[in-house]
Design a protein around this ligand. Structure first.
Ligand code: ATP
Ligand code: MG
Length: 473
């Protein structure tokens, strides 16, 4: 294909600088030395103009997938076939992955199996930019030719606006994943979604049901860890409801208790924003009070209560995560946090060791529980802020417990399963139960963590168990 000079490219000196790393420059040069045209496009240009250059470089090129592959391989650059049917190739340039995509008119992003979309390859970068999702993503940059911005992306970047390229309703009906990309980008960038774009998202949200659970989950997770996740949860709740219908009951649900100043959804948004941005705690924050609307009642004084809400939130979270196909080990951790978010954690070594034991010594989970409880306190009425200090005190005690050699895992016990078997217990769950009972007694200072003392304790415990079982039968 012949390189086509863009009509409305800014000259390099008009354009704000987009710094390209040597590997990105090399990728462009390899393609252009081979006679094709190549531009850095999309998120990298957007983020660079915002002064936050990223790592991921996407290149759009006039070269077909096979031509690009030949050009790179001829220069000793390895390539992977990431989406040959859509014209996407990953080139590993000086150790960095560069995604190279052939100019095309129609994205084949949606995995709508019933209506597979055809990809049309096109001749110019401008036609390629026209198929991109948002104006701020429809930017291309070249170190010599400057910036191309046919859809006013720079102005929208400056105004902090997310606007669909072209007719929003049509663009979202072509590919509903873009609806969630808008929520995610808004949470990452803090951009307002332009009104018509938002209407287009609302009008097409029903199509989100055709998008695979994995892709939905990925966008939701990236949204949740964004610095503006709380705002987006509130402003886009009606859109997000299509993939998280549990939000509907939370929105506007007043809690009528002196502990809260926000409705359930606004409280949830505050908790998300008040937790550190990692997936485990942010998913747990999203789910932690989901069970409140359904467990709500008011007493004679008109004060709201939600007994059992943590357990119901856990059940709802289990359903939601199964629907989204989140990995089950990860979901299991989220569920523990949701179930326990309201439990008392006391800043005493005993309480901390018990909690550690119940979390099977998982320090990451313990830390996440502290983060969630702190965030929860921050999202409650100002009078509850003291709870933040309580959690801080718990973490101080945790540090002390960890630096002492006080036991909190089965592995730290002075006896092991073999020794319990040697007491005449058959193999089975009773062995673990006996060990856990022994560890519980050590934590309660009822028995020393020494072999003979523990064996004596375990013998007594087994004997009591046996008697209790006989009495029952
Ligand atoms: P990030 O890399 O942070 O996820 P990004 O904007 O670079 O952000 P990518 O998924 O890497 O997102 O996609 C690269 C570019 O491809 C986008 O900037 C956009 O121009 C285009 N794009 C990606 N997904 C779509 C889509 N579903 N519809 C239209 N254009 C898309
Ligand atoms: Mg990208």
């Amino acid at each position: 294909m012949q390189p086509i000079l863009p009509r409305n490219a800014l000259r390099a000196d008009d354009a704000p600088r987009v710094e390209l790393a040597p590997f990105a420059l090399r990728a462009l040069r390899i393609l252009e030395d081979a006679g094709y045209e190549a531009w850095v496009v999309g998120g990298f240009v957007r983020d660079a103009l915002l002064g936050r250059p990223g790592e991921d470089v996407d290149v759009a090129s006039s070269a077909t997938w096979r031509e690009a592959q030949r050009a790179f391989e001829a220069r000793g650059v390895r390539t992977h076939e990431t989406g040959t049917a859509h014209g996407t190739l990953t080139a590993v340039v000086d150790g960095h992955a560069v995604e190279v995509t052939t100019y095309r008119a129609d994205g084949s992003y949606a995995d709508d199996a019933r209506h597979p979309r055809k990809v049309t390859f096109v001749r110019s970068i401008e036609e390629d930019l026209a198929r991109r999702d948002f104006t701020v993503n429809a930017l291309a940059f070249h170190p010599d030719r400057g910036l191309i911005d046919p859809h006013g992306g720079r102005a929208d970047l400056e105004a902090g606006v997310l606007r669909a390229v072209g007719d929003p309703a049509r663009r979202f009906s072509e590919d509903a994943l873009r609806i969630l990309r808008a929520c995610r980008l808004s949470a990452q960038l803090g951009f307002r979604i332009e009104d018509k774009t938002f209407s287009g998202m609302m009008a097409n949200k029903g199509l989100l049901l055709r998008i695979s659970a994995e892709r939905v989950a990925r966008e939701l997770e990236r949204m949740l860890v964004g610095p503006f996740a709380g705002d987006v949860l509130l402003s886009c709740a009606d859109v997000l409801a299509a993939v998280m219908p549990e939000l509907v009951a939370m929105k506007g649900f007043e809690q009528r208790t002196p502990y809260h100043v926000h409705d359930v959804l606004a409280h949830t948004a505050c908790v998300i924003d008040a937790t550190p941005p990692y997936p485990l705690v942010r998913w747990a924050a999203l789910f932690h009070d989901m069970g409140k609307p359904a467990t709500f009642f008011t007493d004679e004084e008109g004060v709201g209560h939600f007994y059992g809400h943590a357990a119901l939130s856990e059940t709802m979270a289990r359903g939601a995560m199964a629907r989204l196909k989140l990995p089950s080990a990860f979901a299991g951790k989220v569920l523990q946090l949701v179930r326990r978010h309201d439990d008392d954690l006391l800043p005493t070594p005993k309480s901390v060791r018990k909690t550690l034991l119940s979390l099977e010594g998982d320090l990451e989970l313990f830390g996440a529980l502290c983060d969630l409880k702190r965030g929860d306190a921050m999202g409650q009425a100002p009078r509850c802020r003291g709870r933040v200090d309580e959690v801080n005190a718990v973490e101080t005690v945790l540090g002390e417990v960890l630096s002492s050699d006080a036991a909190f895992t089965l592995g730290q016990l002075a006896i092991d399963g073999k020794e319990v078997l040697a007491l005449g217990v058959g193999p089975g769950p009773l062995v673990g139960e006996a060990l856990r009972a022994a560890l519980g007694a050590v934590i309660d200072d009822e028995v020393a963590n020494e072999r003979d003392a523990l064996l004596a304790f375990t013998r007594r415990w087994l004997e009591e168990r046996r008697r209790a079982t006989v009495a029952k039968s």
